[in-house]
Design a protein around this ligand. Structure first.
Ligand code: HEM
Length: 331
């Protein structure tokens, strides 16, 4: 598991190249969003048909727990971005940990990856970072996501998933293999605090001169948690663990950033970048569990000046589908 030990400083030494967004899509162009709306509608409708889905909850990542805290910049990104909260100081943070499925009643004892969504309230606006414990995403675009949902849908007569459909999907989409393998082997975490959460998409830092540097981020844990036997786990053990832990003191994650290199895929969240030294961007400190009362949306397209999204089609489809899911659950 990548940990905070991989950090290194010296961001300034790396800002030698300028990158251009070849496809020309800035922070989510409206044309792109219009074009993908029908697929987003299809995805959202299919997700809502899944067993256990509830219209008053998220279409995915339905079960979660919210905590508040703050983020303190390390200062190591100062030369790379004009985003003030990544250069210096401390800003308020709201986070939500989640199980990725669409059933809000799913047991925490079911093995699976997990999600971490973070909202940083900065003077320049809300900067949202959304990440999962998987090392890569399943597909490269919305159409392939539709194909995946259909391949995984239980047969209406038997109620069983047809393995042949999954095999056929993987033959067409070998890029999904690492994420599927992770999903099939992910252990039951003992604590949300023990996992690494990967942002998967590429973003760009924009510096004082307008130079753009591609990057990816991840939240690395600062604690290790001993495993216990499955039978000791309650269906809500992760929420209980977080509550107990934060009652005892703060819980930290390190925000790590890696910079793009020549040849890296910039618009493909299924592509795993080669290992490289990471920059310690700062520390996310959680201090209290808070009620999941206020309708809140976490969308990684919500960035602030000094950060730009890439032309990754999955980022664009997420914006549309998250909007539909939010509209449904807050209706
Ligand atoms: C085709 C691609 C994807 C689709 C259709 C999709 C769909 C969704 C939907 C419908 C929600 C609930 C939104 C809401 O009601 O607020 C959601 C939440 C979430 N997604 Fe995705 N997602 C996609 C890709 C990803 C990727 C690549 C990541 C990780 C980098 C990710 C991580 C999360 C997390 C952590 C949440 C929970 C956010 C929260 O706590 O509010 N998703 N997703």
């Amino acid at each position: 598991m990548p940990g905070s030990g991989e950090t290194c400083g010296g961001a300034g030494a790396r800002r030698t190249r300028q990158w251009r967004n070849g496809s020309g899509r800035g922070p989510v162009g409206s044309a792109a969003v219009t074009e993908i709306d029908p697929i987003a509608e299809t995805i959202h409708s299919l997700l809502r048909l899944a067993p256990g889905s509830s219209p008053s909850h998220r279409a995915l990542h339905a079960k979660g727990i919210v905590a508040s805290g703050h983020f303190t910049a390390s200062g190591e990104l100062s030369g790379l971005t004009t985003a003030e909260h990544l250069r210096d100081g401390t800003v308020e943070a709201l986070v939500r940990f989640s199980h990725p499925g669409g059933d809000p009643r799913v047991s925490d004892a079911i093995p699976s990856g997990r999600g971490l969504a973070v909202k940083l309230t900065t003077p320049a606006g809300s900067h949202q970072l959304v990440a999962v414990s998987s090392p890569s995403f399943l597909v490269r675009d919305g159409q392939a996501f539709v194909e995946l949902i259909l391949a995984r849908a239980p047969d209406p007569e038997t109620g069983e998933v047809d393995p042949a459909k999954i095999v056929a999907f993987l033959e067409q989409h070998p890029e999904a293999v690492p994420a599927i393998e992770y999903a099939m082997t992910a252990p039951v975490p003992m604590s949300y605090g023990e996992l690494t959460y990967n942002g998967l998409h590429t973003f760009f830092f924009v510096d004082d001169d307008g130079a753009r540097t591609p990057f990816r981020y991840r939240f690395a844990p600062t604690i290790e948690v001993a495993e216990v036997e499955d039978e000791e786990l309650s269906p809500d053990h992760l929420a209980t663990d977080l509550g107990t832990r934060l009652a005892d003191g703060p819980l930290d994650f390190t925000l790590l950033v890696v910079l793009g290199e020549d040849g890296d895929e910039l618009d493909d969240p299924t592509a795993i970048w080669s290992p490289r030294p990471a920059i310690n961007a700062g520390t996310l400190t959680l201090t209290a569990v808070v009620p999941d009362a206020e309708p809140v949306i976490f969308d990684p397209n919500n960035v602030v000046p000094g950060i730009e999204v890439s032309a990754d089609p999955i980022l664009a489809i997420r914006k549309a589908v998250y909007g539909l899911s939010y509209a449904e659950r807050t209706r």
